[in-house]
Design a binder for this molecule. Structure first.
Ligand SMILES: Nc1ncnc2c1ncn2[C@@H]1O[C@H](COP(=O)(O)OP(=O)(O)OP(=O)(O)O)[C@@H](O)[C@H]1O
Length: 254
């Protein structure tokens, strides 16, 4: 049996007195597609940060791609992080740069410094960038200024940036929250297609519960930093989903 992509055991994250995650156990196997849902402040973004290594757990154990974050060297952690691509709600692109440079940013971590620096003047590996942009449906935007693209196109650039990383895992933190609903559905379909096509594992945090339930085979509910449920979509009931958001609904302004 292959080893899990991620294994979290008893993971907690505190920001000062604030507990963002507590006692989280989560295992993600290769090829799985997992949606994380939960009310605002439940800890979804923190969980993504723990998985991609940008946020350190304050307790518990995190193993990513066989690398134990607590015991591994910084070099080993960086090596495993390079195979984890993250897509953010706000794209995290440099708007002034041409698309080709933003996509190449996905490879900076695996290039020596001279190559990374030179790539800002002279785009490197353009064929690979072109192939990634073709795959996400904006092959004609290679030399466009990124800030001139629409929100949906910018999110496609961000996905292309992850593809050139040759990832084994894609983490998506509210990938469609800044895009209009129709474009958002297209982006979500693209991510699901890519994960199936390349066999890459996908974990996405989503505010849109309908989208999560309609598109993912496994759904994890987070509430107040803890896992409320972790189930196959087919086994999840409406009552369980409602209960996850019950407190948020009760405190919504009327
Ligand atoms: N840098 C920080 N400093 C202090 N508290 C933080 C910090 N980042 C997050 N928190 C707190 O940790 C908790 C979890 O936040 P997180 O952003 O992970 O939740 P979320 O589920 O992604 O929320 P949202 O859906 O609103 O984006 C919240 O109570 C939040 O206020």
């Amino acid at each position: 049996m292959s080893s899990p992509i991620f294994a979290l055991s008893g993971v907690g994250v505190r920001y000062g007195k604030n507990t963002a995650l507590a006692g989280v156990d989560l295992t993600v196997e290769p090829g799985e597609r997992v949606a994380i849902i939960g009310p605002s402040g439940a800890g979804k973004s923190t969980l993504i940060g723990v998985l991609n290594g940008t946020i350190a757990a304050t307790s518990g154990e995190v193993t990513a791609l066989g690398c134990d974050y607590r015991r591994a060297s910084a070099r080993e952690i960086r090596k495993s992080q390079r195979r984890v691509g993250t897509i953010h709600q706000r794209f995290d692109l440099v708007e002034q740069l041409r698309t080709v440079h933003n996509v190449n940013a996905g490879r900076l971590g695996s290039w020596p410094f001279w190559k990374a620096a030179l790539s800002l003047l002279l785009p490197r590996d353009v064929q690979r960038v072109q192939a990634a942009l073709d795959r996400v449906g904006i092959g004609d935007k290679l030399h466009h200024r990124t800030g001139d693209l629409s929100g949906g196109e910018q999110q496609r650039v961000a996905i292309a940036r992850v593809l050139v990383q040759d990832p084994v895992m894609i983490l998506a933190d509210e990938p469609v929250a800044s895009i209009d609903p129709a474009r958002g559905r297209e982006i979500m379909s693209l991510l699901l297609e890519l994960s199936a096509e390349v066999g890459v594992t996908l974990l996405a945090c989503l505010h849109d519960v309908e989208m999560a339930l309609g598109s993912f085979e496994r759904v994890v509910g987070l509430r107040a930093g803890q896992i409320a449920f972790d189930k196959k979509r087919a086994d999840l009931t409406d009552d369980e989903v409602d209960a996850l958001y019950a407190f948020e609904r009760a405190t919504e302004p009327r």
